[in-house]
Design a protein around this ligand. Structure first.
Ligand SMILES: Nc1ncnc2c1ncn2[C@@H]1O[C@H](COP(=O)(O)OP(=O)(O)OP(=O)(O)O)[C@@H](O)[C@H]1O
Length: 292
């Protein structure tokens, strides 16, 4: 165990991934025994960032562990409010896009060792309107899938696949996007526009090979058509960036407007339908333990 880390705050999202979190708590307790002091913070879904902020101020942890999905990691990063805390991720969401992208272990025992390790990476975030995005946000077909998935009764990957069938059938694509970035304005038709700080979706699909979480830039990806073969290639991880299929714009700031209201999602959470999104990079927003 890393002996310099005595006071550990474990933030748990009890509902993330629809799994029992007690085994994670037990493993962390065992790992810290006998030297470390563990404090638990269970999220409620209401005012979590503000309440956690107060807890961090009073406990002053040496490390903050987060057991949840991307939404929980982001909430914790916001609760730190610029203060220099290292977060250790214990992937416990339904998709864990960020942990997958960082190559963090999914096995909880291994994840604890990494989360308590000394090597860290400072990653950028996206400011999206008045929200923060750590991973991938998008307008269009994927956001539509996520919305239908969160409305559906079935959970898990299988549920995602099942809920995608009616969405793909009923989709109103192509959408009409106007993208302003790097002093240029482009009008494009497409099935979705994604803002990516990193390389992969939570499924492990490589959508943005240029993505670097610490380069002070993000990518705007315009997926032009619903091409089953290209999507399968993307899912296999060997996207060849055929410009008939996807256009990539690397930038620090972008604005997208649409002719019609289009579904929007940030890091896997549906954000309703929008006609305008502004995105800019926040360099070095959060520091994450990562020895892989
Ligand atoms: N006790 C709770 N009851 C209901 N909702 C909660 C509770 N705690 C947190 N939440 C909600 O959980 C969401 C964040 O979930 P998170 O993204 O971490 O997990 P997930 O959705 O299962 O995983 P993933 O993002 O990897 O798919 C937030 O919308 C937050 O408001």
């Amino acid at each position: 165990m890393n002996d310099t880390l005595k006071n550990v705050l474990l933030v748990i999202n009890p509902v993330a991934g629809d799994t029992d979190k007690q085994p994670i708590i037990d493993l962390v307790r065992d790992y810290l025994r006998p030297k470390g002091k563990l404090k638990l913070f269970r999220t409620t879904g209401k005012d979590d960032a503000a309440n956690l902020h107060k807890e961090i101020q009073s406990f002053r942890p040496d490390r903050i562990l987060v057991a949840g999905g991307d939404g929980t990691v982001k909430m914790v990063a916001q609760a730190c409010d610029g203060a220099r805390y290292v977060l250790g991720i214990l992937p416990a969401g339904s998709a864990n896009g960020l942990a997958t992208d960082l190559g963090l272990p999914q096995d909880c025992g291994k994840a604890i060792v990494t989360a308590m390790g000394e090597t860290t990476v400072r990653m950028d975030a996206l400011r999206i309107g008045d929200s923060i995005g750590l991973h991938i946000s998008d307008l269009g077909i994927n956001a539509e899938l996520i919305k239908n998935y969160s409305d559906a009764a079935v959970r898990g990957r299988f549920g995602y696949v099942l809920s995608s069938i009616p969405t793909l059938r009923e989709t109103r694509t192509p959408y009409h996007f106007t993208i302003s970035a790097n002093g240029e304005e482009r009008k494009v038709e497409g099935i979705m526009v994604a803002f990516a700080n990193s390389k992969k979706f939570g499924t492990g699909a490589l959508v943005n090979p240029h993505g670097q979480i610490d380069d002070g830039r993000f990518e705007v990806l315009v997926f032009k058509k619903l091409d089953v073969l290209e999507i399968l290639k993307t899912l296999r991880g060997d996207i060849d960036l055929d410009t008939d299929f996807v256009v990539v714009i690397q930038t620090t700031q972008a604005q997208v407007t649409t002719l019609e209201p289009v579904s929007f999602q940030i890091d896997g959470e549906p954000r309703g339908e929008v006609t305008q999104v502004s995105v800019s990079i926040i360099p070095g927003f959060v520091e994450i333990a990562n020895d892989v």
